[in-house]
Design a protein around this ligand. Structure first.
Ligand code: GLN
Length: 191
């Protein structure tokens, strides 16, 4: 299975390593043709406002909207979560929403004083905690019907799923724990 990694901005190397370790083939996506060729997509962490601009200038904006509307299995991590959210709070005025999942997220929601932190998260469906790295992370303020909340920090959802879209406020690719990538690949196979 070819899993696209949106490679406009942000760190994709660790995601590629995780996918390879699970037997999937990572494919960098920078053009509409490349997006058309993948069976699933990961939108990595980085800076969501920059990613939003680059999606416009690369011509990927509309093709991405179309594929999301067609049910492309997609995993958005941190900035990727923001790109996929239906509504973004504290975004830039020109930051686009891709409406991949019915959640409202707030950027940099954990506050300026805590730029980064780590936490052992209890995640629905996992037997043991997942060590999660948060870097200027967003959190979810509201979820629509049909959105499952799989993990929260202080009552704020940080891992959600709706249909074949998963979003995490943290960076699951940074700790060598492959369980969320594995869950995503399972979700993507449920065609
Ligand atoms: N704060 C960043 C943003 O708004 C996200 C940070 C991250 O992806 N680690 O896009």
């Amino acid at each position: 299975m070819a899993v696209g990694l949106l490679a406009l901005q942000g760190a994709i190397g660790p995601h590629a390593d995780a996918l390879r370790a699970l037997g999937a083939t990572p494919v960098e996506v920078r053009t509409p043709d490349q997006l058309a060729a993948v069976d699933a997509l990961i939108i990595p962490g980085g800076e969501s406002t920059t990613m939003s601009k680059l999606l416009d200038t690369s011509g990927l904006a509309q093709p991405l909207r179309d594929r999301l509307a067609d049910g492309l299995p997609t995993f958005g991590t941190c900035a990727g979560m923001i790109v996929l959210a239906r509504t973004v709070l504290d975004g830039r005025a020109d930051q686009n929403s891709y409406d991949g999942i019915d959640v409202t997220v707030r950027r940099n929601a954990f506050g300026r004083q805590v730029d980064s932190f780590e936490a052992d998260l209890a995640i629905d469906g996992l037997d043991t905690p997942f060590h999660a790295v948060f870097i200027r992370a967003p959190f979810v303020e509201e979820v629509g019907e049909g959105v499952e909340v799989l993990a929260s920090v202080d009552g704020h959802p940080v891992l959600c799923r709706q249909g074949r879209v998963m979003v995490s406020a943290f960076h699951p690719e940074l700790t060598g724990d492959l369980r969320l990538h594995e869950q995503f690949l399972q979700l993507a196979d449920m065609a």
